[in-house]
Design a protein around this ligand. Structure first.
Ligand code: SAH
Ligand code: SF4
Ligand code: F3S
Length: 448
């Protein structure tokens, strides 16, 4: 085997951070089969699309992408093509019917079986695996190579969702809420730190609903964060995505007290209209969300808030939309994601009358204009301040380094002429930086 060229794997990742994490784990699983990752589908012996089902456009993109691989497969008949992720879970073997060049389909809960599935493909089969198995995929995968890692990493602690928002496919594609045991998470975090990681973002579809069973009984997310806080060499902790109804007192308090927990919180509200929130099955009011924000800001006054919004949810009126704008003005977001409602088959809202598309587009533009203004104001407010920056890579200019601030803004620090110390920044350094200017989507600064 030693004289054989390693087989080449290309993975393209769509969707959320959890898919990014899963793609890393799939690459590691395939590493055990002798595959190395490459940067383009043209070089690959195997292509994996790790897909997202959240909106129609995301799901349809998979099929146009697959269509483009036809020439590659014609030129290289041994090329294997796999579909993983949430479209795989939602559509299963239907994917192979629609696109016969697909060799395997694997859902988010079974990708630890990929090596066996690839062996089956080599034996002429076309495996489809969308089980929700009892074994823990992360335990099966744990003997992975200890390669050096980038300074910021994701770590899945909770998966699935029991909330069933009326518009959302995630409870169907990711299944019921499951929390990983705390000791396994802490071990994985320790290993990441040994591989050069200095910032960990804890991931879950409802990460703040985390309830692991471990040493000393029940673990909340706050307890887990406090345990991570004790790991030497780990400098920063973040978590995403949270649901307002699971923002418990201990987690709010941690934002004020836990030194390594960063002052940034993604807390989606979707709408500012109580009528729409009710129809979305979000189970809280706009007022309750605003009071929650007050409590979080009381614990951590400088916290940067982020959110998700859906416009054009079925039966959304002009007044409902105005209520959403009012809520956004009342909160003041540092960044946010906003989407036009996309009807998803099988979800409760899919049965309901749609808002006129032109109206929905107009609302999306107005909402995004407001959110963009707020994001610009947040950037502007950083100028003159001192922040921590974790440097992740070199910039486009010679001697320039780019990192993320405590508040998750991209920060460029230039060397060597901007200051005596700027030349010696290394990837993975966490340094104090004074912000000197802002660009449309990032900041510039100098080392203190
Ligand atoms: N678990 C997270 C987010 C899951 S999906 C949460 O509860 O907030 C990420 C975002 O996609 C959602 O917050 C929502 O804003 C958006 N989204 C989900 N389903 C959608 C749909 N059918 N149409 C448009 N946007 C959607
Ligand atoms: Fe989807 Fe709602 Fe669950 Fe978030 S909380 S994943 S939006 S069902
Ligand atoms: Fe998409 Fe699945 Fe994530 S639907 S947003 S990849 S959980």
């Amino acid at each position: 085997m030693a004289d054989m060229d390693p087989k080449k794997l290309f993975i393209r990742t769509y969707g959320c951070q959890m898919n990014v994490y899963d793609s890393e784990r799939m690459a590691e699983a395939m590493g055990s089969k002798g595959y190395v990752e490459v940067g383009s589908p043209e070089e690959a012996d195997m292509i994996l699309l790790n897909t997202c089902h959240i909106r129609e456009k995301a799901a349809e993109k998979v099929y146009s992408e697959l269509g483009r691989f036809k020439d590659l497969k014609d030129a290289k008949p041994d090329l294997k093509i796999g579909v993983a992720g949430c479209v795989a879970q939602a559509e299963g073997e239907e994917i192979m019917r629609r696109q016969p060049l697909v060799d395997l389909v694997v859902g988010p809960q079974t990708y630890h079986r990929l090596p066996d599935m690839v062996a089956a493909v080599e034996a002429g089969e076309r495996p489809v695996d969308t089980d929700f198995p009892v074994e823990d995929k992360f335990e099966v995968l744990k003997n992975r190579p200890l390669a050096r890692r980038a300074p910021a990493a994701f770590l899945t602690v909770q998966e699935g969702c029991d909330k069933f928002c009326a518009f959302c496919v995630v409870p169907y594609t990711r299944g019921a809420e499951v929390s990983r045991p705390p000791e396994r998470i802490l071990r994985e975090a320790q290993e990441l730190v040994e591989r050069g990681v200095r910032e960990i973002t804890l991931l879950g579809q409802n990460v703040n609903a985390y309830h692991g069973q471990g040493d000393g009984g029940d673990w909340t997310l706050a307890r887990l964060i406090w345990a991570l806080n004790d790991i030497d060499g780990l400098e920063r902790i973040r978590f995403t995505t949270s649901h307002p109804n699971d923002m418990s007192d201990d987690l709010i308090a941690a934002h004020g007290e836990c030194a390594k927990l960063m002052p940034y919180l993604h807390l989606p509200v979707q709408s500012g209209s109580d009528r729409i929130l009710k129809r979305m099955n979000r189970k809280h009011t706009a007022e309750e969300y605003l009071r929650l924000i007050d409590r979080i800001r009381a614990a951590r006054p400088d916290i940067m808030l982020s959110g998700d919004f859906i416009v054009g949810f079925p039966e959304e009126t002009d007044q409902d939309f105005e209520d959403t704008l009012s809520l956004i003005r009342a909160v003041g977001y540092g960044s946010a994601f906003s989407f036009k409602y996309s009807s998803r088959p099988g979800t409760p809202a899919a049965e309901r009358p749609l808002v006129d598309d032109v109206v929905a587009d107009e609302r999306l533009q107005r909402l995004q204009a407001l959110l963009n203004d707020q994001a610009a104001a947040a950037l502007e407010g950083m100028v003159g301040r001192e922040v921590g920056v974790l440097f992740e890579k070199s910039g486009r200019l010679p001697g320039q380094m780019v990192g993320k601030s405590d508040y998750l803004h991209a920060v460029h620090v230039s060397a060597p002429d901007s200051g005596p110390n700027a030349g010696d920044i290394a990837v993975g350094d966490l340094r104090r930086v004074r912000i000197t200017a802002r660009a449309p989507n990032s900041l510039a600064g100098e080392l203190i």
